[in-house]
Structures are given as C-alpha cells and as structure tokens.
Unconditional design. Structure first.
Length: 234
C-alpha cells in the first residue's frame, strides 16, 4: 500500500486536525500504532511539524470524513507521492565527512593510479581541480593528507569502488593480478589449521582412553592408586 511522502509529519497533522482513530492513521501512514500514540502524547523524540495531506494531494476531505464516520474504514490514498529521484551532479557528502575526501582521493591515486580523475570525482563527489592538486602534491593541506580507504571512510561503497577499478583496468588493458604467494600462504594456513584440529582430536581421544583405563583399574583394584583414599578418618 502506498504511503505518504512524510509519514510522521502526516500522522502529526491527522492527529491534530481530525478525529480519525490511531489505528486508521497508523495504517494510512505505514506506522506502528505506538508511534502514533507517541505523536499524540507529544512524547516523540522530536516535535513534528504537521504536513497537510490534503494540500499535498494525498487525501481528500471526503476520504477523511468517511474515516471519521466509520472507525473501521481504511483511508485510501488519493494520489501517490512522486518518487524521489537523485538529480545529476556531484555526489552529496555529509558535512562531517567532507574533510575526509582528500584522504580518500589520495588512497585511490596511490593504490589505483589507473582510475581516472572523472571516476574519482564520481566516487568521492569532488572536483577535478582538487584531484589534480593532490596528484601533483600542490594541495594546500597536503602535509595533513593521509591516504585512507574511501569505503572505510564512508565516502563510497565497495561495489562502486570495485566497479570503477575494473572499468579503469579494462580501459587500460590490464587485469587484476593474483599474488601467487598469498595463495600459497593461504593454503599453508589452511593445512596448519587442519593439522592442529586433527591433533586436538587425537589428544582428546587419548585423554578419554586414559581416563577409561584408570576408571577400570579403580573398579578392579580399588585403592591401589590411592591407598589412603578409603582409609576412614581417625
């Protein structure tokens, strides 16, 4: 079922301006009834400014009147909100992360020089001027720039970064090389772990067998291993 563009703000308006039940408002807005209750009680984390769904074209006066007359009536969306589309242009980066952009750019330049300035600009959301300044080390803050993985910094996703690198390598006529030494180390580590696991199993079986033999000896020759075990206290 379609929901209002701003469900919490719409619920706040419906609570204030209508006599609809909390159940009706919750179902129309796609919220839990307790959220509507919190809005009505002003216990929500943030005081919401109501959004008029009638002015937004999502409800009509007639539809609200039907709901107010019949508490079991389910409100019907008059017009679904237009989907939010990302506009063309630089990637938006939160203010708190913008200072990390130079570090992410420096990491890509150092580790993947085949990635073009245009690709870096799309990944990080920056300008060619900034990228060029970091490439030629003329950036005003170059002394404080430390290459850091842009994925770790939250500037892009691993999928986007991998796609950009693959595209750049294909354009350059190169492919990612697999380090055979790493594969050898990985195989050796797996073999070592397998050997340790098997040794642990053998040790456990040996300990269990030894314990069984000791228990059997106690049953046949009680008190042999500990002659004072059954001696009554004086």
């Amino acid at each position: 079922m379609a929901q209002p563009l701003m469900p919490h703000a719409t619920a706040s308006w419906l609570v204030e301006e209508t006599s609809l039940t909390f159940e009706q408002i919750a179902e129309f807005c796609g919220l839990h009834i307790l959220e509507v209750q919190a809005i009505a009680d002003d216990t929500a984390a943030t005081k919401l400014t109501g959004r008029d769904p009638i002015r937004a074209g999502e409800l009509t006066h007639e539809e609200i009147e039907k709901g107010q007359t019949n508490p079991d009536y389910k409100l019907q969306m008059h017009k679904e909100p237009d989907p939010v589309r990302r506009t063309k242009g630089p990637r938006y980066t939160p203010v708190s992360k913008r200072q990390d952009k130079p570090d992410g750019i420096a990491w890509i330049i150092r580790n993947h020089p085949e990635v073009t300035d245009g690709q870096i600009g799309k990944l990080i959301g920056t300008t060619r001027t900034t990228i060029a300044a970091i490439r030629d080390r003329s950036h005003w803050n170059m002394a404080n720039i430390t290459p850091k993985d842009p994925v770790t910094l939250g500037l892009t996703s691993q999928r986007e970064l991998d796609a950009a690198i693959a595209k750049a390598q294909k354009a350059a006529g190169t492919t990612a090389q697999t380090d055979e030494r790493l594969e050898g180390d990985r195989a050796a580590l797996i073999e070592q772990l397998r050997a340790e696991r098997e040794q642990h199993v053998r040790d456990a079986e040996a300990a269990l067998a030894n314990a069984d033999q000791e228990n059997l000896a106690d049953e046949i020759f009680p008190g042999i291993r500990d002659p004072f075990k059954n001696t009554p206290a004086s």
